[in-house]
Design a protein. Structure first.
Length: 243
């Protein structure tokens, strides 16, 4: 239990560090919020395209991944249809608010299969030597950047960001517990769950691009910079990418 709590705490710290880096880019680098938003979109695309999908194809069932991805996309599209209608009644930036919500959901769905896998491999103090844990901890930083910027697009308060980071850490804690105690979690089920992560995060990425197209902000160079950031991040910190 102590190891699970420590991992969850590190996930929370990683997300907060990502937010700090984004804030430094905004304040010291004098970057406009719209540019940072596009940069965060590029980070999401890089995470899905170069971390999630390649590893999923090499470790999990393709039919299960396809089912999970389609289910994730359908779920997010239905959520988009109903959530935006509800938010419009109370918020002046419904698309940006819903974009933050979809990003949080996408990251939570992304943590589920990784947390379950960590839980199944967790034995005593050996968790510290587990490469899956190490790489998963590292890539929370770029995701924290994307999360921070998505909230900054519609609110000056840091409370929603901290609450979202805490929610992601809590979801990881619960998923590790499930993986540690649920012995019947099958290979096919893991494939579908990871497919859900790909579908939800992919939707969040496309949703972010759509937001900027609506606003007539076609600065795609910042999206490319975000993708390059992920590639450089992988080259520097990760030898084999993210599982």
């Amino acid at each position: 239990m102590d190891a699970i709590l420590e991992i969850s705490l590190f996930i929370f710290i990683g997300l907060i560090m990502g937010g700090v880096f984004a804030w430094l880019m905004l304040k010291i680098g004098k970057q406009q919020i719209i540019n940072l938003y596009l940069f965060a979109t590029g980070i999401l695309i890089g995470v899905v395209g170069f971390m999630l999908i390649p590893d999923a194809l090499s470790h999990y069932s393709i039919p299960g991944l396809m089912i999970g991805t389609l289910a994730g996309l359908c779920f997010m599209m239905c959520l988009d249809e109903y959530v935006v209608k509800i938010i419009k009644r109370k918020q002046i930036h419904p698309r940006f608010v819903s974009g933050s919500l979809f990003l949080v959901l996408g990251i939570i769905f992304h943590t589920l299969p990784a947390g379950i896998t960590i839980g199944t491999e967790l034995t005593g103090s050996s968790w510290e030597m587990n490469s899956l844990v190490g790489t998963f901890l590292l890539h929370q930083i770029p995701e924290g950047m994307a999360l921070f910027v998505s909230f900054l697009a519609w609110t000056d308060s840091l409370t929603p960001f901290f609450f979202a980071a805490l929610l992601v850490a809590l979801s990881l804690f619960l998923s590790i517990l499930i993986g540690n105690y649920a012995l019947a979690f099958t290979y096919k089920t893991k494939s579908i769950t990871l497919g859900l992560a790909i579908g939800t995060l992919s939707f969040a990425s496309v949703h972010s691009i759509y937001l900027q197209q609506v606003k007539k902000q076609r600065k795609f160079v910042h999206i490319l910079l975000g993708v390059m950031f992920v590639l450089l991040y992988m080259m520097v910190f990760l030898e084999h990418g993210i599982r």
